[in-house]
Write a protein that binds this ligand. Structure first.
Ligand SMILES: Cc1cc2nc3c(=O)[nH]c(=O)nc-3n(C[C@H](O)[C@H](O)[C@H](O)COP(=O)(O)OP(=O)(O)OC[C@H]3O[C@@H](n4cnc5c(N)ncnc54)[C@H](O)[C@@H]3O)c2cc1C
Length: 438
């Protein structure tokens, strides 16, 4: 037995760090193979990040976008899950240090994903809100609702406006989807919930550093998404970079200043690094682990990386594959096949990414879809967006619950999970933000 009470096996041991899209896809591939699979994650659930914004805006309960990792791989005899935070990788002795002990590996796969990148701005990190994890989304949900409760109590118009002023930094899918959802709440829910507050004064500002939102999508998708947002009453600011935030005032690289009690930072992510692999030669400029076409970390034959944390440079993707769910899933599956080939002493297959397109939703009946051969926007795109997200959600129960919620919300123009379950008080914000960062 190792320190984690995992029995010795005659099969080689594959340790996977991270039960996200990549780690789960890989574990599933290996589950019936002649390998002992040990999956380590600091959470006991898989987090379906694309729907986090719906948790933040009361459209879905957090449980319906999380799924127990143990359940994904129930019934596979060679599979072991341990709830563990990995602290360090020691490639010379092939051991991993975690908060619950050490473990030996024959093959190691790093699938630790990414975290919010504040680009070194400590104030924004401390006072702004991130939306990368379920606790962070719940914090944001509480803060949004608390702001309106607070706005009711003040006679100071300036303060009231700041409480109802939202600044979302980053015009990628996360920023666009969150801005659209907040605008729908403003229009359909706030006037009924707060009849004694002039909620028409609430402002949703989406701030984008570049000259178009959704820059990774087609120009048509960007244009249309911007039009949809404007129809919903979102203020779209382009070519402006947020430079600082003191908890009340958002400053930018222009003369524009926002007085806002809520700033959501959706302007970047960076790979989650691990001690022992944080060596300059192994890392790309954006901190991702450099891998070859077989997912092997440069110079380390038995250590692999997949998903957001990995950078595989190809002619088509000179900066690595996009940090999205599809590359992570496809890489996990390909590596599963390759590890079996490797264990059998056969040559591995190079990874080829099949781009299935990208999409973003702005709100009810409003989405943009770029497929490799077709592009479309509007109602049909919105249905496609919903279908694709339901399809990729893990767990039958989650799909049913999300579907029912969406139908209910559509018919009733409602989002009933607008609950302050765990209050998020501004005065404790710095401390709480740090605690909830994971
Ligand atoms: C708000 C939001 C919206 C998004 N929307 C979309 C979308 O619409 N479409 C799309 O394709 N992509 C979207 N993405 C991106 C997508 O979620 C990621 O690209 C994808 O999750 C990457 O998968 P992964 O397996 O690399 O990492 P993840 O899914 O992030 O999984 C990493 C896992 O590693 C674990 N972990 C990390 N460090 C440690 C450690 N030290 N010890 C133990 N465990 C650890 C984490 O707990 C986590 O479970 C979105 C992301 C966010 C944040």
């Amino acid at each position: 037995m190792s320190s984690m009470n995992i029995p010795q096996s005659s099969y080689p041991r594959v340790v996977i760090i991270g039960g996200g899209f990549g780690g789960i896809a890989l574990a599933k591939k290996l589950s019936k193979k002649e390998a002992q699979v040990v999956l380590l994650d600091k959470h006991n659930y898989h987090n379906f990040q694309p729907l986090l914004y719906q948790v933040s805006t009361g459209g879905l309960e957090p449980d319906s976008i999380a799924y127990p990792i143990r359940k994904v791989l129930q019934g596979y005899p060679n599979f072991f899950f341990r709830l563990a935070q990995v602290k360090e990788v020691k490639t010379d002795t092939k051991r991993i240090k975690t908060n619950i002990g050490e473990i030996f590996y024959d093959y190691l796969v790093v699938a630790t994903g990414s975290e919010t990148n504040f680009f070194g701005n400590k104030n924004i990190k401390a006072k702004g809100m991130a939306m990368k994890t379920i606790p962070q989304s719940l914090n944001l949900r509480s803060l949004i609702l608390e702001n309106f409760e607070q706005a009711l109590l003040t006679d100071d118009l300036h303060e009231r406006d700041a409480l109802m002023n939202f600044v979302i930094v980053g015009g990628g899918p996360t920023g666009v989807e969150l801005a659209g959802a907040l605008a729908e709440i403003k229009k359909g829910i706030l006037p009924k919930d707060y009849p004694d507050l002039d909620t028409r004064r609430a402002q949703i500002n989406l701030v984008q550093g570049g000259d178009r939102i959704l820059p990774a999508m087609s120009e048509k998708a960007s244009e249309k998404a911007e039009k949809f947002l404007e129809e919903l009453g979102v203020n779209v600011w382009k070519n402006i970079r947020v430079t600082d935030y003191d908890g009340k005032k958002v400053t930018t690289n222009t003369k524009t200043i926002f007085e806002a009690e809520t700033l959501v930072w959706a302007a970047g992510v960076k790979a989650v690094g691990l001690k022992g692999l944080d060596v300059r030669e192994l890392l790309s400029r954006d901190n991702r682990l450099k891998v070859n076409e077989f997912h092997q970390i440069v110079g380390l034959e038995d250590v692999f990386a997949i998903g957001d944390v990995a950078q595989m440079v190809t002619e088509e993707f000179p900066h690595g594959h996009p940090m999205m769910a599809q590359p992570a899933i496809q890489q996990g599956r390909n590596l599963g096949d390759n590890l079996v080939l490797l264990m059998d002493g056969k040559p591995m297959k190079p990874f080829v990414y099949k781009d299935k397109g990208s999409m973003a939703t702005v709100g009810r009946n409003k989405a943009v879809v770029d497929l490799p051969k077709f592009r479309f926007q509007g109602v049909f795109a919105w249905f496609v967006w919903m279908f694709v997200h339901l399809y990729f959600l893990i767990g039958f129960r989650n799909r049913v619950v999300v579907f029912i919620n969406w139908v209910y919300n559509y018919i009733r123009f409602d989002r009933e999970a607008r609950l302050i379950i765990r209050p998020f008080k501004k005065q404790n914000k710095v401390e709480k933000n740090t605690l909830m960062q994971d």
